[in-house]
Ligand binder design. Sequence first.
Ligand SMILES: [Zn+2]
Length: 139
Amino acid sequence: MSGEYDALLERIRGSLNDGKDASRSRFELPPADVMWEGQRTYLRNFAEFAKVLRRDPLKILQYLSKEFAVPAEKIGDKAMFIGKREPDDFARLFRIYLREYVECPTCKSPDTGTIKENRISFLVCEACGAKSTLKGKYA
Ligand SMILES: [Zn+2]
């Protein structure tokens, strides 16, 4: 009985996600691989996020540190945060980061790069060529 119930839940979840994320279905953020040690949280696949997002790992680290309002440190491919954070906390922040620093506002493509002109950062889209101003400083 419970197996059927789980399968049903999975189907419902699947269809909910389909509706919400249809526009970026081909772009998947990796699941956060989190480990706790005392009062510290380690994001073990931090480097993977930086690679997928194609942004400077140190800028991403600064962003997470600011949003969590805790000190953070990059240790090899991992990132360490003071305090206990859940995988969902990371997933939420990475989704916001993706929207604000990676996704093209014009065509929603995640295939973008950043350039700096006269100390102002721009997002340049490789798909449609649009150039847009970046509001924040974490790209
Ligand atoms: Zn675009």
